[in-house]
Write a protein that binds this ligand. Structure first.
Ligand code: ZN
Length: 79
């Protein structure tokens, strides 16, 4: 129990020291029907994470230019 607590504490201090670094986000949208694929890369500060959530909600409504199917969105975070 004590060993676990020590590990948690050290991990938290690393997290807080990286607080001001931007989060790298890689978004891949792909069409399951025709194979259309597009990649985006962006950076967000932790305090701007709400902007990312808004952007993701827009992505959810994107449809494929070629066949009109709903596009699939994959997000990759690099904290
Ligand atoms: Zn398509």
């Amino acid at each position: 129990m004590e060993i676990n607590n020590t590990q948690n504490n050290s991990r938290e201090s690393v997290e807080s020291s990286k607080k001001d670094e931007p989060i790298q986000v890689r978004a891949t949208i792909s069409c399951p029907s025709c194979g259309y694929k597009k990649k985006f890369r962006n950076q967000f500060l932790r305090k701007d994470l709400e902007l990312l959530i808004v952007a993701v909600k827009v992505f959810e409504w994107l449809t494929c230019n070629k066949c009109g199917d709903l596009l699939k969105l994959d997000l990759d975070f690099n904290f």
